[in-house]
Design a protein around this ligand. Sequence first.
Ligand code: NAD
Ligand code: MG
Length: 395
Amino acid sequence: MQRMVILGATGSIGSSTLSVIESNPDAYSVYALVANTSVDKMLELCETHRPQIAHMVDGQAAKSLKQRLPTSLNVEITTGEDQLVDIVSASGVDSVMAAIVGAAGLVPTLAAVKAGKRVLLANKESLVMSGRLFIDEIRRSGARVLPVDSEHNAIYQALPESLQNNIGYCELEKAGVSHILLTGSGGPFLTSELASLASMTPAQACKHPNWSMGRKISVDSATMMNKGLEYIEARWLFNAADEQLKVVIHPQSVIHSMVQYLDGSVIAQLGNPDMRTPIAHCMAYPQRIQSGVEPLDFFKVGQLSFLEPDFNRFPCLALAMEACKQGQEATTVVNAANEISVQAFLENKIKFTDIAKVNEACLSQVAPQSLNSIEDIIRLDLQSRTYAAEWVNKI
Ligand code: NAD
Ligand code: MG
């Protein structure tokens, strides 16, 4: 029996994870569920999954949960940031699903790595921010980190076992890998008139053609910032150089990414676009379990197509790739700026096309500095958020 902590339990990845657990009740149990403010959803999850602990980061939400949750369920309710570190590090915990959205996931995700847990990594932002420190911590603690992000999970599956066992330190060239081909659908605006992008609404941006996801990552998919963050994520997870990474647009989202070898072979992972597949893979690795996902029907799929990304349409993608080249300070800055600009767009404060403008302004404004600790990273993240908020106000 694997005892799990679900960080971000009330979100899209959280609920897909709980669905896989429900399909495999003899192999997995829930030790703790963690969320920010969604009391109604947490209440429902506690009744269904009976965790030992329900943790609401927001104190008010924890209070309200305490009032409403029947004591007969025997669930301990906790709150606070430090407490969160204790929960993921507890000795009874085998694995941690890291699915808090954004920079808020950094500290608890890293704490799980430090504690040497099996970490199922969905929160790409934490790796984008802490890069080197995160990877060094994996080596120090011996934690097994498994990529949940569907692209990175696909790449992981297409790599030889020796590289799977050496996440962060893969020697791609030695293993005969020539390229990692990171696929992305291009999102809802792939074929929209360029001139129409400025007037796209949050509802239109969140309407992804293939995937159902949280609002932040949905907007990131529409700008392709998501692919940019994934490019940085791949750089760290697979120790990939710029020239080893290529982005390929594949509108059907059936191929989730590929690895190209020097002998001409290309190994791809395919499946229906449903996060329960990569989640189940990470939960059971190296075994396989039921995920509840429909088997892929090739006759229904019919056609698979591929395009080169157009950086005029997707300036955020170019920006993230440029930040990746510049290094960890730049990726931290662009990630923080993007959280602010996306939030401002979702609140109808700026236009869709302003997201890239804010991100670019922050990237060019932040002075180079060395990042040697999590505190340094958090300081830079805050600095970039302040710049981004100023830009949003100017617009
Ligand atoms: P979501 O918005 O649906 O859920 C976010 C979760 O994080 C919620 O449970 C919320 O309570 C929690 N949360 C938010 N702020 C918090 C805070 N300050 N402290 C603690 N908890 C907080 O998001 P999602 O789509 O499930 O995405 C979660 C993560 O997984 C993101 O990093 C995203 O990039 C990544 N991811 C998601 C998908 C997907 O298909 N949804 C795919 C790949 C990667
Ligand atoms: Mg992805």
